[in-house]
Design a protein around this ligand. Structure first.
Ligand code: NDP
Length: 284
């Protein structure tokens, strides 16, 4: 039976780290401020928003919500971003995506000040991740994967990591972050030949495809560490990952569950980034 890499101990560790830092900032008269920017009323966004609000509140981070109408124009969203950029009490902004299809999303992302882009959505923040530079912030989910690996002391140097999924939110940045830590990263996608064999050869597998329980026993081998980033719903409406947990858990060395794995850590990483953004304003 594999070791379960649960998110809870990681969440607790981050909360412990953040607690003292929020208090030190408060001593300097700084209250960490998080902006949540939402367009419309998508249930996924509302659910993430509630989780973020609760987590922020428990950590002493102040939340400012901006809700724009579904029919908002490009100029309207960019004006809201400008307001966030100009508001000194806001240290970081989470904008829920995707934006409506008639909006140029990348232009909106790029309008956000790099120092407030705590979810790595701007080209500048992503460039930093790809260039091993330390300005800006990495996308929270990719950073959450790194936190989980570190919290459970998974050795990265020289490890062969296979990442399945090549989005800019998860797959590509996590591959770059692993490379920086001297892992050997292989990035796979929907056209990868003989994917199961590629996956079986890895020491660590990161699944980020959004395909419910797609990865079965034949994709894994003993002693592997498996991070399941997927947040999907099966035919019965049950929350599940990309990995068929019941089939795979008996084979591998360690695996993150869904729910209670990477997803639960992502919100904590977002909070850690807000605190870091606030700290950077004091050292600027
Ligand atoms: P995208 O749809 O942007 O990317 C999916 C990637 O998976 C693509 O690169 C695609 O390949 C690849 N893919 C799809 N099908 C297959 C297949 N059959 N074999 C191999 N590769 C495949 O998704 P995201 O990166 O945004 O999200 C991925 C998952 O992570 C989703 O389940 C999402 O809900 C979840 N997620 C979880 C978060 C968390 O906090 N845990 C946060 C954000 C997302 P190609 O490029 O060739 O099309």
């Amino acid at each position: 039976m594999a070791k379960r890499l649960a998110g809870k101990p990681v969440v607790e560790k981050i909360a412990e780290e953040i607690g003292g830092r929020v208090a030190s900032l408060a001593d300097k008269g700084i209250v960490c401020g998080l902006s949540l920017l939402r367009v419309g009323e998508r249930p996924d966004d509302l659910s993430y928003e509630r989780t973020a609000e609760k987590r922020a509140e428990s950590l002493g981070i102040e939340v400012r919500k901006t809700v724009l109408d579904e029919g908002v124009s490009q100029a309207g969203i960019e004006a809201a971003i400008d307001e966030v950029n100009g508001d000194e009490s806001i240290h970081g902004c989470l904008m829920f995506r995707p934006l409506p299809s008639d909006i140029n999303e990348q232009a909106v992302c790029d309008a956000l000040a790099t120092e407030k882009d705590i979810d790595g959505i701007s080209s500048a923040a992503l460039a930093a991740v790809f260039m091993d530079r330390d300005f800006g912030f990495a996308p929270c989910t990719a950073a959450a994967c790194m936190r989980v690996l570190d919290c459970y002391d998974v050795p990265l140097e020289g490890a062969h990591v296979v990442v399945v999924g090549r989005s800019l939110v998860i797959g590509k940045p996590i591959a770059m972050m692993l490379l920086r830590r001297n892992a050997t990263a292989t990035l796979c996608h929907s056209r990868t030949k003989d994917l199961a064999a590629v996956m079986r050869a890895a020491d660590i597998v990161v699944c980020a495809t959004g395909r419910a329980r797609m990865f079965k026993a034949e994709c894994f081998s003993p002693d592997q560490v498996v991070l399941d980033v997927g947040i999907n719903f099966d035919e019965a409406g049950k929350l599940c990952g990309d990995v068929d947990f019941d089939e795979v858990e008996p084979i591998v060395g360690a695996i993150t569950p869904v729910p209670g794995g990477i997803g639960s850590v992502t919100t904590s990483v977002l909070m850690a980034h807000v605190v870091e953004a606030a700290e950077r304003t004091t050292s600027a």
